[in-house]
Ligand binder design. Structure first.
Ligand code: AMP
Length: 287
């Protein structure tokens, strides 16, 4: 496994591999790897001739007062874990090389970036789209892998790739969870043991809403009210940022299960203690 820190070197390596006819897979990450990241790497390993991952804690996707500075980092462990899964290259650029002093260009996917997580993190998706676009420009992979854990991000990046005619496929991979259902996240590290125990309420509420829909409830507002009441009773949930039902393709909000609806995205962000957690599930509706 090779570590690449220089943007120019990264370009050269990719160019050479492409000229040799290698199919290149790319897994962008912010590091502090866990099984969720590894599931993406494993899939890339199966499907591609060469697997690149990037590790970059991207400053432009963190708002003021968010956890950019304290975001967990453990490069030594990351290298070991990525290497054990057969990663060929880890690209770890310096922030100063990625963003020049007078960086002025940002990618904004209109509307989609302002709903759900964008409501309380207004510049987050602008930062995400910008860094992913930059990484795609530097590391010209054939296919990039993303987790459904960040469902809104995935929809936004697919839209960006389509709108800007980017020559790359985006593959989505299922959310990897702990045994009790909590979605793996680098931020789970912030949770105290008691918060960790209670954090699973997020997944439980998503499953509860799925069950209600499967039981035939059509009124999604009613389900939402029941979920918010349940969350409100848990003293470890300090805030429910949102609990939404949406169309998984367009992210348009849904208030009812209407005739012909096949899939509904249930997505939520909550604050457990001082940690913001997100999760979602796609509910398949039987005809
Ligand atoms: P991050 O390091 O948080 O930027 O995540 C890097 C990639 O890993 C993103 O595409 C995430 O969606 C994906 N990812 C994070 N957590 C999980 C998980 N629990 N299951 C599957 N993919 C995940």
């Amino acid at each position: 496994m090779e570590i690449i820190r220089d943007i120019g070197v990264c370009r050269e390596i990719v160019e050479k591999l492409r000229s040799e006819g290698c199919f290149i897979g790319f897994v962008p990450t912010m590091g502090f790897l866990h099984e969720g990241h590894l599931s993406l790497i494993r899939r890339a390993r199966k499907e591609c001739d060469r697997v690149f991952i990037s590790i970059f804690v991207n400053p432009t996707q963190f708002g003021p007062g968010e956890d950019f500075k304290k975001y967990p980092r453990d490069l030594k462990k990351d290298k070991k874990m990525a290497g054990a899964e057969g990663t060929d290259y880890i690209f770890i650029p310096e922030a100063s090389a990625v963003y020049g002093r007078d960086h002025k260009t940002f990618i904004e996917v209109k509307d989609l970036g302002k709903i759900m997580c964008g409501r309380d993190r207004p510049d987050h998706f602008r930062g995400v789209a910008t860094i992913v676009c930059k990484l795609f420009n530097i590391l010209k992979a054939h296919r990039a892998y993303f987790g459904e854990k960040d469902f809104q991000k995935l929809v936004i990046l697919k839209k960006m790739a389509r709108d800007l005619d980017m020559d790359i496929e985006l593959a989505s991979c299922p959310t990897v969870r702990e045994a009790d259902g909590l979605a793996l996240s680098s931020r789970n590290k912030y949770l105290s043991p008691e918060e960790r125990k209670n954090a699973v309420i997020l997944y439980n509420c998503l499953k509860l809403s799925e069950q209600s829909v499967k039981n035939g409830e059509k009124d999604l507002q009613k389900i939402k009210a029941a979920v918010l009441e349940k969350m409100g009773k848990n003293k470890y949930i300090k805030k429910v940022h949102y609990f939404d039902f949406r169309d998984p393709l367009t992210l348009n909000e849904k208030s009812r299960v209407s005739a012909g609806t096949k899939k509904i995205l249930a997505a939520s962000a909550v604050q457990v203690g001082s940690t913001r957690l997100i999760d979602n599930i796609v509910i398949n509706i039987k005809e």
